[in-house]
Design a protein around this ligand. Structure first.
Ligand code: SF4
Length: 63
């Protein structure tokens, strides 16, 4: 599973980092960084929850 962010939609509110801090991180300039675009197996559930919770629908999953 792969996850990507659309930076035009993301407003860097940190919702996804709360769900999956191992995968998503806000950098010093408040840009969202996807640390593991190829999602590790043990992060799939948390990333799926983060994608569903993103208030801007800025995260996309590709199998
Ligand atoms: S939850 Fe969505 S809008 Fe918020 S930082 Fe993550 S990708 Fe961006």
């Amino acid at each position: 599973m792969r996850v990507d962010v659309d930076r035009d939609l993301c407003e860097a509110n940190g919702v996804c980092t709360g769900f999956a801090p191992e995968v998503f991180e806000l950098d010093d300039e408040d840009e969202l960084v996807v640390k593991y675009p190829e999602v590790p197996e043990d992060e799939v559930e948390r990333v799926t929850q983060a994608v569903a919770a993103c208030p801007r629908n800025a995260l996309f999953i590709r199998d």
